[in-house]
Ligand binder design. Structure first.
Ligand code: SF4
Length: 356
């Protein structure tokens, strides 16, 4: 099979070139993996508007969480390719999906040429703080895809990136994942931790399997994620739980959260972070029909609460923050420092009361 790649840069003209995509693999469950030439891998704070550098080995995510905000990144890549004349009308339709969200879960871009791109980006990263000064900004892996989604078992893009980062000194690296596959790379993670600060954030919204299966199409079971967390901490890796998003009226009650904190403590977690749902425009089309189907009593309340903004109402966010802090104190974890606060020095939201 002849492999061609989907370049990120626009072509000279709008003419469509047929079959511009290299299909690397297709799964019976309907997922297709295609190659994407990576000219750059690290997104700088100037590019993203946050204080850390982000790195995503894939575009799209087969886990297909209904609340996932990263759909915009997939749409962006597809629309750029289309505007550059790299996708035919049929391919464009296929790479968007009938409702604009399916392709994020079923058409996964696998970044190619990552080591060359990373080499160039690391030079840019080390120059960013100024001559002779080491950069302190964190590099967070997995902000818009899961770096250990099923495709990683075969493509090993994340592992190759980590192998390269293990040769650097003095980095500050965060990894976010829902997948127990992260434990495969304990050897590399230990090497990174010898020379740099490293934290692994295992993402889990609830230990209730029934809720997980309704909200996360193909994510690993909670017990598998907790076992991976235990393996990481037993290997001396700094790791903990990230409980995000907390879903109002579904996973925000004390028994749900207590069960997560208890499980985290038993798995040797060093921290538990939590934050409420953000309902961006790109998320609504995927999430709200699922909410209507499985939690119809909440439909109206969600639509009212998130009518004007994507963030949770300030009073709700503040009440949740207090609840989480109480649990953090009770279970002996450091007090709330969400992912954003951990890596961006930003402040938590203002105070108020719980309830949408
Ligand atoms: S695992 Fe993360 S990136 Fe993947 S769909 Fe779920 S929330 Fe999105």
């Amino acid at each position: 099979m002849r492999l061609t790649q989907l370049p990120l840069l626009p072509s000279a003209g709008p003419r469509v070139r047929p079959s511009a995509l290299a299909v690397l693999d297709e799964r019976l469950r309907g997922t297709r993996f295609v190659s994407l030439a990576a000219r750059s891998l690290l997104n700088s704070p100037q590019q993203t508007g946050v204080d850390f550098w982000s790195l995503n080995p894939y575009v799209g995510c087969e886990f297909g969480c209904t609340y996932c905000y990263a759909r915009y990144a997939h749409r962006y890549v597809v629309e750029r390719a289309h505007d550059a004349g790299r996708l035919s009308v049929a391919e464009f339709r296929d790479f968007r999906g009938p409702h604009g969200w399916e392709a994020f879960e079923r058409r996964i871009f696998v970044k190619d040429g990552v080591l060359d791109a990373l080499e160039r980006d690391l030079q840019r990263y080390f120059r960013s703080a100024g001559p002779g000064v080491s950069p302190t900004a964190a590099i967070v892996i997995g902000t818009a895809t899961d770096p250990y989604q099923p495709g990683e078992r075969r493509f090993r893009v994340t592992r190759r990136i980590l192998e390269r980062l293990a040769r650097c000194e003095g980095l500050n690296i965060g990894i976010i994942t829902k997948s127990p596959l992260v434990a495969r790379d304990i050897d590399v993670l230990r090497r990174i931790a010898e020379r740099s600060d490293l934290e692994v954030h295992v993402s889990l919204t609830t230990v209730d399997v029934g809720i997980i299966r309704r909200l996360e199409a193909r994510s690993p079971m909670p017990a598998a994620r907790l076992r991976a967390l235990r393996r990481l901490t037993a290997a001396g890796i700094t790791a903990g739980l990230i409980v995000a998003p907390v879903l109002p009226g579904i996973t925000d009650d004390v028994p749900h959260l207590e069960a997560l904190f208890q499980a985290a403590r038993e798995a040797g977690a060093r921290f538990v972070h939590a934050g409420p749902l953000r309902l961006y425009a790109a998320v609504r089309d995927r999430f709200l029909p699922v909410l209507d189907a499985h939690f119809p009593h909440l439909s109206e309340r969600y639509r009212r609460a998130y009518a004007r903004a994507s963030g949770a109402p300030r009073l709700y966010a503040a009440a949740l923050d207090r609840r989480v802090r109480r649990l953090q104190r009770r279970f002996g974890f450091p007090e709330n420092e969400g992912m954003r606060d951990r890596y961006t020095r930003r402040l938590p939201p203002a105070q108020g009361t719980l309830g949408l």
